[in-house]
Ligand binder design. Structure first.
Ligand code: HEM
Length: 178
């Protein structure tokens, strides 16, 4: 949070407010969003697919018209694809921003899905996330409620096709004036 906040305040420092014009300069915040979507993808099982033709995967014959469920959640945490997969480490995306995009170019990273069924809302969703988060980081410092440690943050998610936090995130905002 500290690094993302420093970046937002550096980029928008002289302006006094956050707007769309410099969002592209928020590289670290972009990496934070990517890492969040890797670990906590809101659509963990993508949309179901069906194959037209028979095919073989790892020795298993998949007959035509089989319903295919793609587990993007597991792919995003697969140790074959990611170093320290359970660790929240935005920096892993800093040098690979173009490679690991939201277009499904690399099947190791598919929070918006891939192929012709990919999420049509991704180019709308990402600037909204950037605007929301950069505003919250620019105008407030954030603390955990009294006595709570970072390790105690509850990151549980419910079961479902679209997932969110199981329990509300409760934080204490402290107004910041640039
Ligand atoms: C962070 C925000 C979002 C995430 C992570 C997300 C993720 C996804 C995923 C994983 C799929 C399934 C894609 C696949 O199976 O290949 C999907 C489908 C879809 N998304 Fe999103 N989405 C987001 C925001 C939005 C927004 C803002 C809109 C609309 C404005 C939207 C509209 C849709 C629609 C219509 C589909 C169904 C596409 C189809 O099956 O033909 N999404 N989304």
């Amino acid at each position: 949070m500290k690094e993302a906040q420093e970046e937002v305040r550096r980029v928008y420092g002289g302006k006094g407010y956050v707007d769309e014009s410099q969002l592209h300069q928020l590289k670290y915040l972009g990496a934070v969003i990517k890492e969040t979507l890797r670990l906590h993808s809101p659509g963990p099982l993508l949309a179901p697919r069906e194959n037209y033709e028979s095919c073989e995967i790892n020795g298993y014959v998949i007959p035509p018209k089989t319903k295919i469920i793609i587990n993007a959640w597991a792919i995003g945490r697969d140790p074959k694809n990611w170093t320290d997969p359970e660790k929240f480490e935005p920096k892993r995306f800093l040098d690979t921003m173009v490679e690991y995009n939201f277009k499904g170019s690399k099947f190791e990273y598919i929070p918006f899905g891939a192929g012709r069924r990919i999420c049509p809302g991704s180019t709308f969703a990402t600037p909204i996330l950037e605007l929301l988060l950069s505003n919250l980081l620019y105008h407030f410092n954030w603390k955990l409620p009294k006595g709570m440690k970072v390790e105690e943050l509850d990151m549980e998610q419910p079961f479902g096709a679209a997932v969110r936090r199981q329990n509300d995130l409760i934080l204490v905002p402290i107004g910041y004036s640039p």
